[in-house]
Write a protein that binds this ligand. Structure first.
Ligand code: FAD
Length: 489
């Protein structure tokens, strides 16, 4: 969607909106609406903004106060919409720094890397396959080229029509890849989306391959903030929003919404507005809809769609402060292949300023371990123990480290992209006139994922609202929407 400079930039009459949820989607929607003259109240259940990208203070046993993130995030270069939001607080994005090479490590095979590949398809795919020790020429010949074609001819309509009812696992099985290539190149990639291959829609996985790897000129390189996320992102975005007259209410839960529109809060009070943007995580959006009987009467399709929205497997994040450093050649971020629990390792002290200062002072390290689709029913402490043991098998220098402090949590709020879920997935604009959805779980018309999906859907919601007042839309960006070999339609 292009901007229309010939149209007014702001609404000419008083317009009000309530945004529910203060993560990337909610704050993007709130800020961009406020820029257009809409009076916005932003509601966030937690004590701080940020949702799955938030940060909060924690005190170490040695008395040092650290900000702890909800989890390390890679800011990919093709996150055009999210980066444009961030440019509002830092025009040169100086707080983002390259995370460096991006290895995949495993106990079975030597390290491989996604970084430094050609940027354009199909050269990137061919270079990956040819360069990777996972794919010998002999094995390449064994690949089923016809089965692999959907990787190169992604098309929003056709890909979802053919592959939404197929599991990512069945799709990958049909490619006939040798086990090493499957584990090192494809399984790692598929797992990073928080869903188990057996449950995940192959169409959704193909879209993500297209978005992250096959059809963006930036390649798989990413950046990461060199400061904690509260300092770098949330405080400046909140200040900017408030300077535009926006109101932020943290520690405030929206319980239900009634057409018209009225939002009932946890303390029983009510807020009325012309528009509501529901930017809560998928489980919370489902809960709010279930508590809103008026919604079902007013918009039965949306109510049914929200009732069917699902969250996926739990994820675990454990940050450990240790007394010694890892070997110097270890990368800032490594993906892990073929471990039961551990999916990635981040060396925070090698990218974030405060963690780096602490680590240099005591000669230690700040290591974060992630499990993206963890076994269900396990406590955070047990998952930390398992991931730490698995890391010891990969990086022997960690075995004798003393752990000085741990921050650990298990999350249950990541969206499921189950087989067959696309057709019933609600989009940004709903059959409830005046209610819009935003978040990384919402159906999108162009390829995007995770943080970029959250920001992109929020911009679409803002555009849908301001369009009603004849105001020019925000420009929306996308990687090439179709695969290189997609047939012309
Ligand atoms: C460990 C981890 C690592 C990740 N790594 C990456 C990465 O490297 N790259 C990437 O792109 N993405 C990554 N992600 C995904 C990314 O964090 C999400 O895609 C993104 O933050 C989603 O933003 P959102 O605004 O859609 O949802 P959320 O961040 O979940 O925001 C929803 C907000 O709504 C609030 N809320 C819920 N219910 C209510 C209510 N009733 N009333 C008021 N408020 C409510 C919640 O408290 C929350 O703040 C990662 C996620 C995790 C957990």
């Amino acid at each position: 969607m292009r901007s229309r400079p010939e149209l007014p930039r702001t609404v000419g009459t008083p317009v009000t909106a309530v945004v529910v949820g203060g993560g990337i989607a909610g704050v993007t929607a709130a800020l961009l609406l406020a820029e257009r003259g809409v009076h916005v109240t932003l509601l966030e259940r937690a004590a701080q903004l940020g949702g799955r990208l938030s940060a909060w203070p924690s005190t170490l046993p040695d008395g040092t106060r650290h900000m702890v993130e909800h989890g390390f995030h890679g800011f990919f270069r093709q996150y055009y919409n999210w980066r444009n939001v961030l440019r509002r607080i830092d025009p040169t994005l100086s707080f983002l720094q390259p995370a460096g090479r991006y290895p995949i490590i495993s106990q079975e095979w030597p390290e491989e890397s996604f970084a430094g590949l050609p940027k354009t398809p199909p050269a990137n795919l061919l270079a990956l396959l040819a360069r990777s020790p996972s794919m010998r020429l002999r094995e390449l010949r064994g690949l089923d080229g016809t089965a692999a074609l959907p990787l190169l001819n992604y098309d929003r309509e056709e890909t979802y029509r053919r592959f939404d009812d197929v599991s990512a696992k069945d799709f990958l099985d049909a490619l006939g890849m040798p086990p090493r290539a499957r584990a090192m190149l494809f399984d790692v990639f598929a797992h990073s989306f928080f869903n188990h291959q057996e449950d995940m829609s192959a169409a959704e996985m193909l879209m993500q391959f297209h978005f992250y790897f096959l059809r963006n000129p930036e390649g798989l390189d990413f950046d990461a903030p060199n400061q904690d996320y509260e300092t770098a992102i949330w405080t400046p975005l909140a200040r900017q929003f408030e300077a535009l007259g926006g109101e932020i209410r943290t520690g405030t839960t929206a319980e239900s919404v009634e057409p018209g529109w009225t939002v009932t809060l946890g303390d029983g009070s009510r807020l009325s507005a012309d528009h509501v943007v529901l930017a809560a995580d998928p489980g919370a959006a489902r809960t709010i809809a279930a508590a809103s009987p008026g919604l079902e009467r007013h918009a039965p399709e949306l109510a049914a769609q929200l009732a069917a929205v699902e969250t996926t497997a739990p994820y675990a994040v454990s940050r450990l402060w240790t007394d010694r450093d890892c070997r110097p050649e270890r990368a800032v971020f490594s993906s892990v292949s073929r471990e039961a629990t551990l999916d990635s390792v981040t060396l925070y002290h090698r990218i974030e300023r405060a963690a780096g200062q602490w680590a240099r002072r005591i000669g230690g390290s700040v290591i974060e371990l992630h499990a993206y689709a963890a076994p269900t029913g396990l406590e955070a402490a047990e998952l930390t123990k398992r991931m730490w043991t698995e890391l010891g098998g990969l990086w022997p220098e960690t075995v004798d480290m003393t752990i000085l402090h741990v921050e650990e949590r298990v999350g249950h709020d990541a969206p499921a992209f189950n087989v067959g879920s696309d057709a019933g997935r609600p989009g940004v604009v709903t059959d409830a006139d005046g209610l819009y959805l935003a978040g990384d779980w919402v159906r999108m018309p162009f390829p995007s994922a995770l943080m970029e999906r959250a920001a992109g859907s929020a911009i679409l919601a803002v555009n849908a609202i301001i369009e009603r007042y004849g105001v020019g839309p925000n420009q929306v960006w996308s990687v090439a929407p179709r695969g290189l070999l997609a047939r012309d339609r």
